[in-house]
Design a protein around this ligand. Structure first.
Ligand code: FCB
Length: 497
């Protein structure tokens, strides 16, 4: 398939995947026959609320001793305090303040006000019994314009956060980059500019030296694929560019930044472990034809192998390179030695699983399962099992952490003030069970972080989608544990279902 053909097909896929402005589709496209009983009950998350928060019966299913249950967030989505303590602007400040870019014009200026309320949020985590908290460090808080000396007030915030985690017996897991690139670096070309990878490694080195004693696990770059696709192909995420040729050069530079950061950690003498955070999508043919199988293979190359092969095998997948062609900016941008940097040995792989993809003979996609409120997300817990076992089979027994899995629900407090998100409980139970099966079949999975701890700024969707275990009333910033949070506390206590 030529790049041009693929570009057309990707555009089509984008239409079905685009979050911003897309019509809600509920169960559209689901084949009744194929839907598992539990996901039918889920019904896109709006099952009738049940008031009880009594513990569910114990199914006896247990995770390995020491399994770390956690929750995840990211800086721009929860912190707010956009102009405080020397924080500079990021591409998401620019993007969200540009009219028409986010739903209702929402921005992360205040978000869940976590920058001011972090102590209260830490108490919530302790009350839930979390063992691990995955969050991100805001690059523009550390370097307002992406270069130069670190901003001590920014580092101090994360130092306070980590002290608070340790005091409560929760292990910090810090992501270095969750999409909030300093705007000054974007003005200099952003991730299209190879120099941004070097700047990223410099920033990472500063953070390692300042906070390295506090962090047992580092994640380099969150979902490079989402920056590539949403930020540079479809343009509905910052920086809002629609240029596929640029997008894959960006894919290369993001991965170069990842490899350089891994090397920087080793050079700093840091004892923490480090790895990439990849959103992986199991790809399945939509039908039995040979054409669909071939299209699925290439699709898988763009979705998964483009990021896995480079890091774990030191080579980009040949089918994707062939498809992009030798004249592509990416092909021309790869220099001798780059893949060696990108494949610097990592200590673990962070997997983020949300949805499967079903690929048709012409390279398009179809829906097969009910979707959540995020119409790009089909609810298919088996996909969790498939992607975990596949990674272990194809890339070896590298330790795995799940750093994101969850769904948005139409959460509204009832008359009694409770939020009965039974759909989220069902979703998580089914995905936990799938992960448990994967462990039984040899996957070295060590921890699981639900996305998200708190309702937050969901990028182009603004505040409309609620992904949290904890409800946030944005007007008062009051936090309410949803039913799923109470349920999760029981899961953690039992270390199982
Ligand atoms: C992931 C992002 C995370 C959040 C979830 C719903 O792609 O990493 O920030 O938006 O999706």
């Amino acid at each position: 398939m030529s790049l041009l053909t693929r570009r057309r097909l990707l555009r089509r896929a984008a239409l079905s995947a685009t979050a911003a402005g897309a019509a809600r589709t509920g169960l559209a496209g689901a084949t009744a026959a194929g839907i598992a009983a539990s996901t039918v009950a889920l019904g896109g998350c709006d099952s009738p609320p049940e008031r009880t928060t009594d513990p569910e019966p114990d199914s006896g299913l247990r995770f390995p001793d020491g399994f770390a249950w956690g929750a995840a967030t990211s800086a721009y989505q929860i912190e707010g305090a956009a102009k405080e303590d020397g924080r500079g602007e990021s591409v998401w400040d620019t993007f969200s303040h540009t009219p028409g870019r986010t739903r209702n014009g929402d921005t992360g200026d205040v978000a869940a006000d976590h920058y001011h309320r972090y102590a209260q949020d830490l108490d919530l985590m302790r009350d839930l019994g979390l063992r691990s908290y995955r969050f991100s460090i805001s690059w523009p808080r550390i370097q307002a314009d992406g270069s130069g000396r670190p901003n001590q007030r920014g580092l101090d915030f994360y130092r306070r956060l980590m002290d608070g985690l340790h005091e409560r017996g929760i292990a910090p897991m810090a992501t270095l980059f969750h999409w909030d690139l300093p705007q000054a670096l974007q003005d200099a070309g952003g991730w299209e500019n190879r120099d941004t990878a070097e700047r990223f490694a410099e920033y990472a080195d500063m953070v390692f030296r300042a906070l390295g004693d506090q962090v047992p696990v580092w994640l380099t770059i969150n979902e490079p694929k989402t920056v590539v696709q949403n930020g540079y192909i479809w343009g509905h995420h910052a920086p809002g560019i629609r240029d596929e040729d640029a997008a894959y050069l960006v894919a290369h530079h993001l991965q170069l930044g990842h490899g350089l950061a891994v090397q920087a950690l080793r050079a700093s003498g840091g004892t923490g472990r480090i790895g990439p955070a990849l959103n992986l999508h199991p790809c399945y043919p939509a039908d039995d034809s040979a054409e669909s199988a071939a299209a699925t293979r290439l699709y898988d190359g763009y979705e998964n192998r483009l990021y896995l092969d480079s890091i774990f095998k030191g080579a980009y997948p040949q089918d994707v390179l062939d498809d992009l062609g030798p004249a592509s900016r990416m092909a021309r941008g790869v220099r001798d030695g780059d893949l060696k940097i990108i494949s610097s040995p990592v200590d673990l792989l962070a997997v983020q699983y949300y949805t499967p993809i079903y690929v048709t003979a012409d390279g398009g996609t179809v829906r097969k399962w009910p979707t959540s409120e995020a119409e790009w997300q089909q609810i298919y817990p088996e996909g969790m099992y498939d992607i975990l076992t596949r990674v272990t089979r194809d890339y070896g027994r590298v330790p795995i952490t799940i750093t994101e899995n969850g769904l948005p629900c139409p959460d509204v407090p009832g008359a009694d003030g409770n939020v009965d998100d039974t759909g989220r409980v069902t979703f998580l139970r089914d995905h936990f069970a799938a992960a448990h099966r994967a462990i039984g079949d040899g996957v070295p999975l060590e921890s699981y972080h639900v996305w998200s701890l708190l309702d937050n700024f969901e990028w182009a969707e603004g505040y409309e989608q609620r992904w949290g275990l904890v409800y946030v009333d944005y007007a008062s910033q009051r936090r309410v544990l949803k039913r799923s949070a109470h349920w999760y506390r029981d899961v953690i206590r039992r270390n199982g279902l």
